[in-house]
Design a protein around this ligand. Structure first.
Ligand SMILES: [Cu+2]
Length: 123
């Protein structure tokens, strides 16, 4: 029990350092021009637009949510390659939220348009 508490405290300290590092670096460097985003927020949006996921690669913290929103007038279907998550068919304006409780790299596609690819990295 006590050992577990210490582990939690160590993990929290690590998160604090990460947050502080991101905050200080974001002030000095411009946001990346590519479609890779690192977030420390608990709610993270991914837009499905023009047959693409934006950002295509999103790094989040363990326990955070990702919400996909379909802005296209066609249906899309978010499915992880490892079956870790799978959305219902998303019509225009529909959203799908998944909470990531395991660390790792989760690549996914739209099953209707398999050339649509994205990755959620859980740190
Ligand atoms: Cu699609």
């Amino acid at each position: 029990m006590k050992k577990h508490l210490i582990l939690v405290l160590v993990a929290l300290a690590g998160v604090m350092v990460m947050v502080a590092g991101c905050t200080s670096s974001s002030n000095t460097s411009p946001s990346p021009a590519n479609s890779t985003v690192t977030s420390t927020a608990s709610q993270n949006p991914v837009a499905i637009q023009n047959y693409a996921f934006s950002p295509s690669t999103l790094t989040i913290q363990k326990g955070a949510n990702v919400t996909w929103t379909n802005y296209d007038s066609v249906q899309h279907h978010v499915v992880s390659d490892s079956s870790a998550f799978s959305s219902p068919l998303l019509n225009k304006g529909d959203t799908y939220t998944h909470q990531f409780n395991n660390t790792g790299s989760f690549s996914y596609i739209c099953s209707i348009h398999p050339y649509m690819k994205g990755t959620i990295v859980v740190a």
